[in-house]
Design a protein around this ligand. Structure first.
Ligand SMILES: NC(=O)c1ccc[n+]([C@@H]2O[C@H](COP(=O)([O-])OP(=O)(O)OC[C@H]3O[C@@H](n4cnc5c(N)ncnc54)[C@H](OP(=O)(O)O)[C@@H]3O)[C@@H](O)[C@H]2O)c1
Length: 362
C-alpha cells in the first residue's frame, strides 16, 4: 500500500474512534414541571448541548414512542420532586458523534435506545434499576441525547424511526413475555390481554410463532383489528366480564398454554383460571394495580408457572430485532404526533382509544 493511502486509512480509523464534531449550542428538550393538582406536566425548553464522553454516543433523536409509564410519571410523587427531569423511555435516531473508545457505533448509524443502560446480557440484577432513562435517569425526550454505548442498539433494517422507537420497552417486554417459558408451537394457545403497546407486540410475535392467539379487549372494533394482525379469536371483557370462562369454552376446556397478564390485580384470578395444565403466566402489567395475588395452590394444582417480566437485556433486544426483520413484523402505530403536540398525544394515550403505539416525531 502506498504511504499516502496508508496515512489516509490511519487518519480515517482514528477519526472514527474519536468524538467527531458535535453540534454546539443548545438542544430542545422536554422537562417535567409541577401542575396545580400536585402532579406534573411536560414543558418544552432548551438545554445546553451534552458533551460526549469516551464511551458515549451522541444521537439526534428522530422519534420517541409513548408508554403507559409516561402517564404514571405525571402522577404526584410522594417524597421526591421530579421537576426538571426529562421524560421519555424509547428513542430512535441517528448517531452524530461517538467517543474515543466507542467501537460498535459510528456517525450515520440508525439506532434505538434501550430501557436498561447496563443490562447487556445474562441474568437480571436489581442494581440495573439504578440506570433507567426516563425513570432513574433523565429520559430521551430531547433533540440530542448522549447515551452510553451499552444502552443503544442498531435499528432493525427496514423500519422507520417511528416504528423502531416502539421496540425498546413495549416490543422487548412482549418478546420476553412470549419467550419466557418455552418455545411456542402451533399447538399452543396464547391469551393476550388488551390491544395496547405490549399486548399488540405479544399478539404479533406469538402469531408469527404459529400459536393460536386469543385476545381480550374492551371493544369489538379493536378485536377486529387484532384479528387482522393474526389473532384467531377475541373476547370482549366488557360484555363478557367472566372472560376466563370464554377462553375455556373456546379451547374445549384446555385453556391457554401461555397467558400474557397485562391487567395485574384485577385480571390475575381469571388468568390463573384459564391457564392450561403445565402452562405459564407472564406477569407483565399493572393496569389495575400491581399488588395482586397469584394463588399458589392454583398454580400447583395445574403444575403451572408464573414468570415476572421486566423488559429485557440488550442481548434479548438483538434476538427480538432479528425476529422482527426475519418475519417482516411492522410495529402497529395508531398515530404519530409532532413533538409540539405532546399534550394531544398524552391525552390520546390516556383515553385508551388506540391499538398499538402512539409516537412523537422530533
Ligand atoms: N413489566 C414490564 O417490563 C413492563 C413493560 C412495559 C409496560 N408494562 C406495564 O404493562 C401494562 C401495559 O402497558 P402498555 O404500555 O402496553 O399499555 P398501553 O399501551 O397503554 O395499553 C393500554 C390498553 O390495555 C388495555 N387494558 C386497559 N385496562 C385493561 C384491563 N383492565 N384488562 C385488560 N386490558 C386492559 C386496553 O386495551 P383494550 O381496550 O383492547 O382492552 C388499553 O387500551 C402497564 O401496566 C405498564 O405499566 C410493564
Amino acid at each position: 500500500m502506498k504511504i499516502a493511502s496508508l496515512a489516509a486509512l490511519l487518519i480515517t480509523s482514528v477519526m472514527s474512534s474519536m468524538s467527531l464534531a458535535a453540534p454546539s449550542g443548545t438542544t430542545r428538550t422536554v422537562v417535567l414541571e409541577k401542575n396545580d393538582a400536585g402532579g406534573y406536566r411536560w414543558k418544552i425548553t432548551q438545554a445546553s448541548m451534552p458533551e460526549v464522553g469516551d464511551r458515549q454516543v451522541l444521537v439526534r433523536v428522530r422519534a420517541v414512542a409513548l408508554n403507559r409509564l409516561d402517564l404514571d410519571e405525571l402522577e404526584p410523587s410522594a417524597g421526591e420532586d421530579k421537576s426538571g427531569r426529562v421524560p421519555g423511555y424509547d428513542a430512535a435516531g441517528d448517531v452524530v458523534a461517538v467517543g474515543r473508545l466507542v467501537k460498535e457505533f459510528h456517525p450515520g448509524m440508525r439506532v434505538t435506545s434501550l430501557y436498561f443502560e447496563n443490562w447487556v446480557d445474562g441474568r437480571f440484577n436489581s442494581m440495573m434499576l439504578e440506570r433507567v432513562r426516563g425513570w432513574t435517569l433523565d429520559g430521551v425526550l430531547s433533540d440530542y441525547v448522549v447515551f452510553e454505548e451499552t444502552s443503544l442498539a442498531p435499528m432493525p433494517e427496514g423500519l422507520s424511526y417511528e416504528e423502531a422507537a416502539t421496540l425498546p420497552t413495549a416490543g422487548l417486554t412482549a418478546w420476553n413475555a412470549v419467550t419466557a417459558d418455552r418455545p411456542l408451537t402451533a399447538n399452543d394457545v396464547v391469551l393476550v390481554q388488551g390491544t395496547g403497546g405490549v399486548a399488540t407486540f405479544a399478539l404479533q410475535f406469538a402469531a408469527k410463532m404459529g400459536a393460536h392467539v386469543i385476545v381480550t379487549s374492551s371493544s369489538d372494533d379493536k378485536i377486529r383489528r387484532a384479528k387482522s394482525l393474526g389473532a384467531r379469536e377475541g373476547i370482549n371483557y366488557r360484555t363478557r366480564p367472566a372472560w376466563a370462562d370464554a377462553v375455556l369454552e373456546l379451547t374445549q376446556q384446555h385453556g391457554a398454554d401461555l397467558v400474557i397478564d397485562i391487567g395485574g390485580k384485577d385480571t390475575l384470578a381469571q388468568s390463573l383460571k384459564c391457564v392450561a395444565d403445565d402452562g405459564s403466566i407472564s406477569l407483565v402489567g399493572g393496569l389495575t394495580g400491581y399488588d395482586g395475588n397469584v394463588s399458589s395452590i392454583g398454580l400447583i394444582m395445574k403444575h403451572a408457572r408464573a414468570n415476572g417480566i421486566f423488559v429485557g437485556s440488550r442481548a434479548d433486544y438483538l434476538r427480538m430485532s432479528d425476529f422482527v426483520v426475519r418475519h417482516g413484523i411492522r410495529p402497529v402505530i395508531e398515530k404519530v404526533y409532532p413533538l409540539d403536540q405532546y399534550e394531544a398525544a398524552l391525552r390520546h394515550l390516556a383515553s385508551n382509544g388506540f391499538v398499538g403505539k402512539i409516537v412523537l416525531r422530533l
